[in-house]
Design a protein around this ligand. Structure first.
Ligand code: PAN
Ligand code: ZN
Length: 203
């Protein structure tokens, strides 16, 4: 991408609609789909992920619909994030999660449908877990990695808004993971310590 051209792009006023129940944007510029086959290692029980793939085939874990906004200070990125229901072992389907490349940038998620959690963790281990359900908004402060986790039976759908130049840093989560994971225990979601914390990249 040519950043110079992108940074000089003038954004005209526009609006966009999406169905509240499925989160599909009317006229997206980009549709990202993340499948289990590429993400087996992000689950604490990566053997269970491999077994799931073997038995049930590949499955769509989550997707994002977004408009193309210049990646510069002053603009706002916005998208719908859709995390599908399901579990690997007892760990719920979730997004990869990331820090913003520009660490001093926050984000707001407004839940449109479904239910689950936003897990937020700082590099020093401080964490927060907020419930997500329709009508609830979550504020992800600057410096917190964040991940959406779907704990219901229908997709967890949110509108996310964040600074234009925030960027995404996936590397540290891919290698170290989050310190906490959300699993089903006795039929209910529970947050526990990640047994593979710090060594997610190992097999
Ligand atoms: C969201 C996320 C979206 C997908 O728009 O990008 O939920 O999750 P991953 O980026 O972790 O794959 C956001 O937080 N943007 O900054
Ligand atoms: Zn983000």
């Amino acid at each position: 991408m040519n950043l110079e051209i992108e940074n000089n792009t003038i954004v005209k006023p526009f609006s966009v609609g999406w169905a509240q129940t499925d989160g599909i944007m009317d006229d997206p510029d980009n549709h990202v789909e993340r499948y289990l086959s590429k993400l087996t290692n992000m689950f604490a029980d990566s053997d269970a992920a491999a077994a799931y793939l073997e038995e049930k085939g590949d499955v769509l874990l989550y997707e994002v619909y977004e408009k193309s906004i210049p990646r510069r200070d002053g603009e706002l990125q916005f998208c719908t994030s859709i995390t599908h229901p399901g579990k690997i072992g007892n760990e719920y389907f979730m997004t990869k999660g990331h820090f913003h490349a520009r660490r001093d940038t926050a984000e707001v998620y407004y839940c449109l449908n479904g239910s689950g959690f936003m897990l937020m963790e700082k590099e020093n281990g401080e964490h927060g877990l907020e419930k997500m359900y329709p009508g609830r908004a979550v504020y992800v402060p600057a410096y917190y990695a964040h991940r959406s986790i779907c704990t219901g039976n229908v997709p967890l759908i949110s509108l996310a808004v964040y600074p234009g130049d925030a960027g995404h840093d996936y590397g540290s989560i891919e290698s170290g993971g989050f310190k906490h994971i959300v699993v089903e225990k006795n039929g209910k979601p529970e947050v526990i310590e990640n047994p593979r914390y710090g060594r997610m990249a190992d097999n």
